[in-house]
Design a protein around this ligand. Structure first.
Ligand code: HDE
Length: 760
């Protein structure tokens, strides 16, 4: 019982929200004195009052806390007022001429309240509308000044505060988290030399090569305009029509049809800067760079059947997971790595590093780890922070620079532009979550929603009246200087609407990706193409996609064609008949299994099934062992509330078999106890949950007579003597099975049992 209360996924230090006793909500109407923030009772990061800016700071520091405190509002113990600070005496009734008479126009309190409500919504992001975010910090491993003067990399151990927003691309703000989709991975570094936004994705390549095609891509993938369907899905005609006419998308399609597009958690996916950027040192020398984020917890994904089911039972699955991980202290952590190479090296590659549909294989340029990022604080308010945060690729700092990637060029324009509509004007940098911690001084003035009150009569430069201030910073004062990169080929200087030749090679890296996958991953890619294309109603689009796939992999094209009951068409004609020879044909790093993580099961949700008459001791022993590992064990019974064990102890069921279906959990424990097992055999939910766990290849621990549940659910290897599936752990008298089970959970999935179609 104790363990159940302690495993509640919130931060017990938030005393003001949960009452004096951790875990007890204040009674309705009871007001609780707010804890003094930044003293002893804030969240883990709030209690930290160490130095805020850039320098070495203690664990959990977040430099944006202090500036944001200026605008934080806590109404505990406060009287209700209007926006003008006038105390409101009656918040129940509008002002009327008599109790049954008309409402009076003079009721400024009603009008203010309704008017504000009418304007509560702002336009959602045109892409990446659905997202979830968290605060944290980046910590450099070493001094990188030989390569770059960028502020976060100036000293070993230096910490820079960050705000990170993860997102899906296609769906609307209220759509599901587990759609098959690319995930945004946008990081705002609040450096002491200005804000740097690394606005990346969880996939290192993109669908298109030139910003000119972005509106077309987005129009094609979004719900179709005549009937606004389907929501948050690429499995429809317009998307496949477009991509099958754009062979440059072949490589990206491989990634999007792989399990990368259905991550288990934001904490178990990689992130990539996608484009090639530049690092610049104090001497003005520059090298080319690709950015990689790698999760400490390993790269893990859902299965497709699971993702579909989760989207119904918990559309907020990833948002909840991120929130709960942080509240329970299982902080998501990622390592930042860079691939560094020179322009001369790049000139010899078989692909163009300005082409965002290409990776630089790790075999060609290894990834060098340079720091880690820890997300340790949830936002206080979704709208003020997660919704109003404005990421812009144009936000870079001295030490970094762009390359001529034509997709990046469009982005440098687009992000600032889109905020002007979305956030209502050019002063969005003054919204607290967007404002830099570095000082801001310039002669820009006015505009909608201006917050700063600029003093003096000078708003121009040069000036003498203000002593020439604010003055221009030379390079010596860390002023931003663009790299004077020379174009290699002077003919390129002619104005043209055209692409470099290597941009026309579309298939080498699509093949590389597919060939680098494990057999299980290949199965999933083939199944994803089959699923998506079988939702396409126009057969010619299916045929064209197959023709394109043939150029990347005959094996894959064949498997998809068989899956669609279609003959293979001729391969799509290639633009480049003489294809450049790729440097590598297989890259182990491209498989999800290449990064199993640190073996921790922290943050994994595990269902412990129970009913009256359950053998409490064995169940609680497993509960304690899981809790010890930082996992989130949940007791699930036919109804929530008290469950009587066989020896008369009362357990509390956190969830019911009805309100939290089994597929929301990473693993399952079946209980011992004849009476409980009998009760669970009579509840169809139990068998459903067991079958889902099995089908989704998750670990199952069977305690004693719980074996009957496994057998009744029709699990193929379910007799005590013949369980050969390493994902099914049988406890016996000598061993609770907890340790073997923890190892099985750490494996994440047991794909050995997977069949297509599923047997169970
Ligand atoms: Fe974006 N993208 N994008 N994008 N993108 C936006 O900006 C755009 C691209 C990415 O959590 C928008 O503030 C163009 C690549 C993320 O707030 C918009 C092009 C990559 C986010 C926009 C691209 C991304 C966005 C919509 C092609 C991976 C969410 C709202 C030239 C490297 C950021 C907004 C957040 C959001 C434009 C292609 C990542 C319209 C024109 C490639 C993570 O400005």
């Amino acid at each position: 019982v104790q363990a159940t209360a302690a495993s509640m996924p919130y931060n017990a230090t938030k005393g003001g929200e949960y009452g004096a006793v951790p875990g007890t909500a204040p009674a309705t109407g009871q007001h609780v004195t707010p804890p003094s923030r930044l003293v002893t009772s804030g969240t883990l990061s709030e209690v930290n009052t160490g130095p805020k800016v850039g320098t070495q700071a203690p664990e959990g520091v977040n430099a944006t806390i202090a500036p944001l405190d200026r605008v934080r509002v806590d109404a505990t113990g406060q009287v209700l007022t209007t926006n003008q600070g006038v105390r409101v005496a009656d918040n129940q009734n509008s002002l009327k001429a008599g109790t049954r008479g008309p409402v009076l126009l003079e009721d400024f309190i009603l009008r203010e309240k309704i008017t504000h409500f009418d304007h509560e919504r702002i336009p959602e992001r045109i892409v990446h509308a659905r997202g979830s975010a968290a605060h944290g910090y980046f910590e450099a491993y070493e001094d990188l000044s030989a390569l770059t003067m960028a502020a976060p990399f100036k000293a070993a151990g230096k910490r820079t505060p960050v705000f990170v927003r993860f997102s899906t691309v296609q769906g609307e703000r209220g759509s599901k988290d587990t759609a098959r989709d690319v995930r945004g991975f946008a990081v705002k570094f609040y450096t002491d030399e200005g804000n740097w936004d690394l606005v990346g994705n969880n996939i290192p390549v993109f669908f298109i090569q030139d910003a000119m095609k972005f509106p077309d891509l987005v129009h094609a993938v979004k719900p179709e305009p005549h009937h606004q369907m389907p929501q948050a899905a690429s499995a429809h005609d317009t998307f496949w029509d477009f991509v099958s006419l754009m062979p440059e998308s072949t490589h990206m399609l491989m990634w999007v049809m792989s399990d990368r597009a259905i991550p288990r958690s934001y904490a178990t996916m990689q992130g990539f800067g996608v484009h090639t950027f530049r690092l610049v040192n104090a001497a003005g020398e520059s090298v080319l760079v690709k950015f990689h984020w790698t999760p400490k917890a390993g790269t893990h994904s859902l299965t497709w059947d699971e993702a579909v089911k989760i989207s119904g039972a918990d559309p907020d699955y990833h948002r909840r997971d991120l929130w709960e991980r942080i509240e329970s202290g299982a902080y998501p952590e990622y390592e930042l790595g860079i691939q560094v190479f020179t322009e001369d090296e790049a000139a010899k590659f078989s692909f163009d590093i300005l082409d965002a549909t290409k990776i630089v294989p790790e075999e060609l340029v290894p990834v060098r780890p340079i720091g880690r990022m820890v997300l340790n604080r949830n936002p206080d308010n979704f709208f003020a922070e997660t919704e109003q945060v404005a990421f812009c690729t144009a936000h870079i700092i001295p030490g970094l620079d762009f390359t001529n990637d034509p997709l990046l060029a469009g982005r440098i324009h687009s992000y600032v532009d889109t905020q002007i509509t979305r956030l209502g004007g050019p002063n969005f940098h003054e919204i607290p979550i967007n404002s830099p911690i570095a000082p801001v001084h310039n002669n820009q003035r006015d505009g909608l929603h201006r917050q700063a009150i600029h003093r003096g009569r000078v708003s121009y430069e040069p000036n003498s009246l203000a002593g020439g201030c604010p003055f221009q910073a030379g390079a010596a004062q860390q002023g931003f200087v663009s790299v004077a990169a020379r174009l290699r080929n002077r003919e390129d200087c002619a104005k043209v609407r055209a692409k470099p030749e290597l941009f026309a090679e579309h298939y080498n890296q699509a093949r590389l990706f597919y060939e680098s996958q494990s057999p299980v991953e290949k199965n999933h890619i083939a199944a994803a193409f089959r699923f998506e294309l079988s939702k396409v109603t126009v057969p010619a689009i299916r045929g064209r996609t197959l023709a394109m796939l043939r150029n990347a992999s005959e094996d894959l094209a064949n498997r998809v064609a068989v899956g669609l009951n279609m003959p293979l068409p001729d391969p799509m004609p290639k633009v480049l008949t003489r294809s450049p020879k790729p440097e590598v044909n297989v890259s182990a790093a491209l498989s999800l299994f290449a990064r199993p993580g640190n073996g921790s099961i922290a943050g994994r949700k595990i269902m412990l099934m129970a009913a009256d008459g359950v053998m409490g001791e064995s169940l609680l022993a497993v509960h304690a062992a899981l809790f010890e590992q930082g996992a989130v064990p949940r007791i699930a019974a036919p109804r929530i509330g008290p469950v009587q064990t066989a020896d008369g102890v009362e357990l509390q069921a956190d969830v019911s078999l009805e309100n939290e279906p089994g597929f929301l959990f990473d693993a399952l424990v079946l209980p011992d106890g004849e009476t409980a097992v009998k009760a669970l055999l009579g509840d169809g939910h139990a068998a459903e949950h067991i079958r889902d766990q099995y089908r989704h290849c998750k670990a199952i621990l069977v305690l004693g007579s719980g074996l009957h549940l496994l057998q009744a659910a029709g699990i193929p290897t379910a007799t005590a003597s013949e369980v050969s599936d390493p994902g099914i752990v049988l406890a016996n008298a000598a061993d609770s099975g907890a340790q073997a089970f923890i190892q099985a959970v750490a494996q994440h999935r047991h794909f050995q049992r997977e069949t297509d179609p599923p047997m169970v």
